[in-house]
Write a protein that binds this ligand. Structure first.
Ligand code: ASP
Ligand code: MG
Length: 412
């Protein structure tokens, strides 16, 4: 089987949905599973609904706007009396009645129940549209297949159960399902983290022992830098799983970092291609012999720099480290760079859930700390040390590090 993932940008309007069919035509529509994200910026809009709900502001208008957007898109795809319009409305009624009845003060729980609807609707629209034009497929509720723990907004996949469920799928069919979502033991929806649809595709690919997986993007493939941020970037035709994991880890947004591991484990060839030019080869991610080592640039913005010092001029020792990292885990803050000296430790952090201040407060009970928000982490893979100077221009460098062939700097 082949697994294809279509992200939000690829289905942002009716033309986009039609273009998916065009892409499928170039690939042959058989024995495949399509994973689709929410349309365009729907996820951000649904996040606003949750935010307004908790602030006790008017969230209904926002729901109505999102609903109208989807109806507009559907109008460009279906006849007026098509059943899909009723189905779209039902999803929005569900959000509304869920919020009216909800008693849970747990932001992350409520977030997942609401925000997941973006994928439910987009997958419904895509599946119905493809069926209408004779690309016959079954619509799947991904939550019946991907089982997770109850870590809302960052679900941990229960692999055994998930593999068992997915293995029951008949591999001669075509399917359309949602990215980004799974469900816990109580069948509550759990999302897999922002931009998690790539990961969903990899989970299905792994459990189906897929022949290959492709994510369709608005860029030609994995580039030596994000073309929106860097000039003169080149396409990487072949890279290893390892290189791709490193790049995703350092923040190359073209692939979600969790995606590579399941694919690597089963050596599933993985392609990143353009949905605008689907016949072009794009990037192939596979085994290391094929690795192309070009200097690549990755910029991760909105990071937080933390400096920690001991109060009594003692060394930052193992017990301190264990305390600091324990707190990071507690506050769900990710570390993207570590540098330590005798009495101080510097960490570049990614604070997805906005917990940095609480974390810092607790840390200050034991250490002297300094927190700098809104810094950028700039990473160069396969760096050419002879031309390092160019990166320092116009930058206020707070921290830098060179390891193997990776150069990193934290800048303000
Ligand atoms: N719709 C989700 C998001 O925007 C998941 C995804 O696009 O991968 O984060
Ligand atoms: Mg997206």
């Amino acid at each position: 089987m082949k697994v294809y993932k279509f992200g939000g940008a690829s289905v942002k309007d009716a033309e986009g949905v039609k273009n998916v069919a065009m892409v499928l035509e170039t690939q042959g529509f058989e024995k495949c599973l399509l994973v689709v994200s929410a349309m365009g910026k729907t996820t951000n809009a649904l996040e606003k609904v949750v935010e307004y709900y908790f602030k006790k502001q008017n969230y209904q208008d926002e729901i109505e706007t999102i609903k109208q957007n989807h109806i507009e898109i559907a109008k460009g795809l279906f006849e007026d009396n098509h059943a899909v319009f009723g189905e779209i409305s039902l999803f929005f009624d569900d959000i509304d009645s869920f919020l009216r009845r909800n008693k849970s003060p747990n932001y992350n729980f409520v977030y997942d129940q609401v925000v997941s609807c973006g994928e439910m609707i987009s997958s419904k629209i895509l599946s119905e549209y493809l069926n209408d034009i004779q690309f016959f497929n079954h619509w799947l509720d991904a939550r019946d297949y991907i089982k997770t723990d109850s870590t809302y907004r960052e679900g941990g996949v229960k692999w055994q159960e998930t593999e068992h469920n997915i293995s029951k799928l008949d591999k001669i069919n075509c399917y359309v399902t949602q990215g980004f979502i799974g469900s816990d033991d109580n069948n509550f929806t759990v999302t897999l983290g922002r931009e998690g649809s790539d990961y969903t595709a990899a989970i299905f690919a792994y459990c189906l022992n897929a022949d290959e997986m492709t994510i369709w993007k608005d860029v030609p493939g994995v580039m030596t830098g994000d073309p929106r941020k860097f000039e003169n970037v080149e396409l990487l035709s072949n890279i290893s799983y390892e290189e791709a994991i490193e790049m995703a880890y350092y923040g190359a947004s073209v692939i979600h970092p969790k995606t590579l591991q399941p694919l690597k484990q089963k050596n599933i060839p993985f392609f990143v291609k353009s949905f605008v030019e689907p016949k072009k080869p794009g990037t192939k991610v596979g085994n290391s012999e094929e690795n192309e080592l070009l200097e690549s640039y990755i910029l991760k913005e909105n990071q937080t720099l933390l400096n920690v010092e001991t109060r009594d001029f003692s060394f930052i020792a193992e017990d301190h480290m264990s305390l600091i990292f324990g707190l990071l885990a507690k506050y769900k803050i990710k570390v993207s760079l570590v540098q330590n000296s005798a009495i101080s430790l510097a960490l570049c952090l990614e604070d997805k859930f906005g917990n940095a201040n609480d974390f810092n407060e607790e840390l200050q009970q034991s250490f002297i700390t300094q927190l700098t928000k809104n810094v950028s982490l700039f990473t160069v893979r396969n760096v050419n040390l002879d031309t390092l100077d160019q990166f320092y221009k116009d930058k206020k460098v707070l921290l830098e590090q060179i390891s193997k062939k990776t150069f990193q700097m934290v800048t303000l």
